[in-house]
Design a protein around this ligand. Structure first.
Ligand code: HEC
Length: 140
């Protein structure tokens, strides 16, 4: 008597599993739901970003503008892509979008480093797909 229900339940269960596992499989499991606490940039990249920041940004900005409470209030719970895009679309002030995506990505890595987020083995990429999947989580 309960057999049809069991079948239905099984079908539902697999259906749900399919829904949840398909996007993870497509994106590669490790890139799903990452946050900046997971080591999303390399130390070398942050060092490159620091050089670029000194050359392209330090004329008008101090690093303190992008750290601590201000940074947390502005960027917590947004994605790394929000930060990347915001900087690329508006900076340097006198020539927005004037740097390469690699340079913007390295600057973002440097800003994350300044905020004491951990480094990892791989550099932060430049694609929207990757950057949008990484959340800027408040530091504990
Ligand atoms: C020529 C001066 C100048 C240079 C060079 C410059 N900026 Fe800016 N930046 C500004 C000014 C002025 C503002 C405020 C603009 C506004 O509020 O519309 C600003 C705003 C910003 C903001 C937004 C701050 C916020 O929270 O609202 C960020 C982030 C930023 N700059 C990052 C950078 C980075 C990274 C670089 C280097 C790639 C850079 N800037 C280069 C002048 C400059």
């Amino acid at each position: 008597m309960c057999r049809p229900f069991t079948l239905l339940r099984t079908a539902l269960l697999f259906g749900l599993l399919g829904v949840f596992s398909a996007p993870a499989a497509l994106a590669g499991q490790s890139s799903e739901n990452r946050s900046v606490l997971d080591g999303v940039f390399s130390p070398q990249q942050a060092a490159t970003g620091e050089e670029t920041f000194q050359q392209e940004c330090a004329l008008c900005h101090m690093t303190q503008e992008f750290t601590g409470r201000i940074f947390q209030l502005s960027w917590s719970n947004r994605s790394v892509h929000d930060l990347f895009r915001s900087i690329r679309n508006t900076m340097p002030f006198d020539r927005p979008g004037g740097l390469t995506d690699e340079q913007y990505s390295a600057i973002v890595a440097y800003l994350l480093k300044l905020n004491d987020y951990p480094t990892g083995s791989d550099a932060l990429g430049t694609t929207e797909e990757e950057l949008a999947s990484i959340r800027i989580e408040a530091r504990p």
